[in-house]
Design a protein around this ligand. Structure first.
Ligand code: 3PG
Ligand code: MG
Length: 393
């Protein structure tokens, strides 16, 4: 894999398309956590210093090919301007000729951000002519979005076919750290999977079973498990239609001797702003939603972690944005931190929300590595070659 550190790479005056992951948590139009922006600064600073013309591509959210006002990258370009201490220009044009006219006007050593690439439906389709169009905007392509590299999308995979392609500094850091981790893992290994990206992660869980001793499923993922084994989860946000996959997970877990845990008790509320009430999982009413794990579940997570040598964690255990539902997530952090402080565990965490939680409770020191990647982190642990990595090889 070629990197932007390659000595033979001439950057001066070159239009460098950099794919980054600016999919940061937002609330009412404001950024609530900036780790993913901070992580791309070294690559951007290097390109600026070398007098390249930097063209930033990213997505935020899942607009599914539509222009969604609340999913514009404009507020993020402002934040990036502050962090880089230079004005980051914003190019609202669709990928194509008008966008290129703007790009051709910028001086060497400057930075221009394109609008959310997922406003184009061709991005997620990995459309070949769209990939070509992206490549026509620049001379060189750099992937510094390891956390998106499990997606075979045009700006991650397709574009690399059409131009000289390199990886960025954060990408290298993630790959180096994760490859070291996977070679050093000692069993028993416990993987905690939470968060809400059910469609992405449910298949991954099935594939991870062979590698791990325990898989603890919490948060939105826990709701998906519970619903698909026939429990009433009230009005919790959750897709069904995963009965077969959940059945496969439970069956495979027996074959591979991997224990699967999901919540025994939960904290429910009628809405996101409520105070929460602890309930057995069998007692959830139709007008309630599950927003956190309960004390019995926390206790069993503690027992499992106490008996593990490695813990890998992606995804919060509840709606931690409201402190009434942050207890499960906080307790998991505390359990890992306690065990880590006695140096009795190897702990790695990953994911946009997970990083936000770890920073919120100031617990970076409790982990051997914190990855910005969630889905990509889990797929890497599966042992898969990610499309974004393959494209650079
Ligand atoms: C992430 O947050 O994991 C990445 O930005 C990828 O987002 P996606 O799951 O919507 O593809
Ligand atoms: Mg995310």
């Amino acid at each position: 894999m070629n990197s932007i550190l390659d000595q033979s790479l001439v950057l001066k005056g070159k239009k460098v398309i950099v794919r980054v992951d600016l999919n940061v948590p937002m609330k009412n139009g404001s950024i609530t956590e900036i780790s993913r922006i901070v992580k791309i600064l070294p690559t951007l600073k290097l390109l600026i210093e070398k007098k390249a013309k930097v063209i930033i591509l990213s997505h935020i959210g899942r607009p599914k090919g539509m222009i969604v006002e609340g999913m514009s990258l404009a507020p993020i370009s402002k934040k990036l301007s502050d962090l880089l201490n230079i004005k980051v220009l914003f190019n609202k044009n669709k990928i194509g000729e008008n966008a290129l006219l703007e790009i051709n006007k910028i001086p060497d050593g400057s930075v221009m951000m394109m609008e959310n690439i997922r406003f184009h439906k061709e991005e997620e389709e990995n459309d070949d002519s769209f990939s070509k169009k992206i490549s026509s905007l620049g001379d060189i392509y750099v992937n510094d979005a390891f956390s998106c590299s499990h997606r075979a999308h045009a700006s991650i995979e397709g574009v690399a076919k059409y131009m000289p392609s390199y990886c960025g500094l954060q990408f290298i850091e993630e790959i180096n750290a994760l490859s070291k981790i996977t070679s050093q893992i000692t069993r028993p290994v416990t993987c905690i999977i939470g968060g809400s990206k059910i469609s992405t992660k449910i298949k991954i869980i099935s594939n991870l079973i062979k590698n791990f001793d325990n898989i603890i499923i919490v948060g939105g993922m826990g709701n998906a498990m519970l619903k698909n084994i026939g429990m009433n989860i009230g009005k919790s946000v959750c897709d069904d239609g995963y009965k077969d996959l959940v059945g496969e997970i439970l069956k495979k877990s027996k074959t591979h001797n991997c224990q699967i845990y999901y919540p025994k008790d939960v904290v429910v509320s009628k809405d996101l702003n409520g105070n929460g009430e602890i309930k057995e999982i069998t007692q959830v009413n139709n007008d309630e939603m599950i927003l956190d794990i309960g004390p019995k579940t926390i206790m069993s997570i503690k027992n499992i972690i106490d008996n593990s040598n490695t813990v890998l964690w992606n995804g919060p255990a509840g709606y931690f944005e409201n402190t009434n539902f942050a207890n499960g997530t906080k307790e998991i952090l505390k359990i890992i931190a306690n065990k880590k402080s006695k140096d009795k565990i190897y702990a790695v965490a990953g994911g946009g929300e997970t990083v936000a939680v770890i920073n919120k409770f100031d617990k970076q020191g409790s982990f051997n590595f914190v990855s910005t990647a969630g889905g990509a982190f889990l797929e890497y642990l599966e042992g898969k070659e990610l499309p974004g990595i393959k494209a650079l090889n």
